[in-house]
Write a protein that binds this ligand. Structure first.
Ligand code: PMV
Length: 317
């Protein structure tokens, strides 16, 4: 039996990706159907301070002391031990697993980091608040993604829908009416670091045009906030389609994303867009509740690798 077990959900961005890197607001929600888990097994018979890390999903089975400083899981473990203010942690095995699709815009790296930090700091007798965990996870995200906005670590650490703006305090969405969503993975993978840098190149070349696009995306996120609280699917659908047109102008859509988006809209989704870094990864479609299964099967038929349905419930859980 593990002595401590911690879990962190996946996430999906509903509005505002890319523009959020330039100071605009974005909205993301946790996806509880998929998650990362970390389990701590103390080695009570050993006094060696050995920390063994096992993550079979990524073929990792190594001692912490053999992993380089920039290894994201090793870095998360070291940061957690430091945060717990423990000089010599006891010998233990940390087991990590995840059902979150990797490199698909569902926050798998941030969720693993957060599960690890939460499990270890709890185990070491120094539990942290969501805000503190989020700050530590952001440090690890910078190793993997360069200069992330911080939306992934924020929504996953808080496990609540967030209206997120860099450098501003986090705002939760107090949802009054549920909405239903279908997430489909194109199976195409482009690292977020690459799409963020491609958008940066365009912005540097023509700041006026791209600032205008970011401003419009930011306004969509602001308008969507009320729509999400009230469950106004007509408004939300229109805003998603508009957000997708602007993401296309940023150059982050792709043929396979467009195919998925068209399939969702043809099956009755009032709106659909790419989610996350783009040029592959996921689309997200808004679904009237009676059409959720129809939209999900249309996305499968259009070649999606994984399809996940999720509900943003009243109260935002
Ligand atoms: O690919 P994801 O889901 O991690 O999302 C990236 C979102 C961006 O706005 C493109 C980058 C960021 O750091 O916010």
């Amino acid at each position: 039996m593990p002595i401590i077990y911690a879990k962190a959900p996946g996430k999906i961005i509903l509005f505002g990706e890319h523009a959020v890197v330039y100071g605009q607001p974005a909205i993301a929600i946790p996806v509880n159907k998929v998650n990362a888990t970390a389990r701590v097994f103390p080695n009570i018979i050993s006094d060696s301070n050995q920390i063994r890390i096992k993550a079979p999903d990524i073929q990792l089975d190594a001692d912490l002391s053999d992993l380089p400083a920039e290894h994201p899981i090793a870095a998360a473990v070291r940061l957690a031990i430091q945060a717990a203010q423990v000089n010599k942690p006891p010998s233990l095995t940390l087991q990590i697993s995840s059902t979150i699709p990797m490199s698909a815009g569902m926050g798998s790296s941030a969720a693993v980091t957060i599960a690890v930090i939460r499990a270890l700091t709890d185990f070491l007798g120094h539990p942290l608040l969501p805000d503190e965990i989020s700050v530590l996870a952001y440090e690890i995200e910078t190793i993997q993604h360069g200069t992330p906005s911080g939306i992934d670590n924020t929504v996953i650490a808080h496990q609540k829908p967030v209206f997120f703006t860099q450098d501003e305090s986090i705002q939760y969405l107090n949802v009054q009416q549920p909405t239903h969503w279908v997430i489909a993975d194109t199976g195409e993978k482009t690292p977020t670091r690459d799409t963020v840098s491609a958008v940066r190149d365009r912005y540097t070349e023509d700041p006026t045009t791209y600032t205008r696009i970011f401003d419009q995306i930011g306004q969509i996120a602001r308008d969507a906030r009320e729509g999400l609280i009230e469950g106004d699917i007509n408004l939300l659908g229109k805003l998603m389609n508009k957000n997708q047109r602007l993401l296309k102008l940023l150059g982050v859509s792709s043929h396979s994303l467009e195919r998925q988006i068209n399939a969702a809209v043809s099956a009755g989704a009032p709106g659909a867009k790419l989610s996350g870094g783009g040029r592959g990864g996921n689309i997200i479609a808004l679904a009237p509740s009676e059409l959720t299964e129809k939209i999900a099967s249309a996305l499968h038929d259009a070649g999606a690798q994984h399809v996940i349905t999720t509900t943003l419930a009243k109260g935002g859980q």
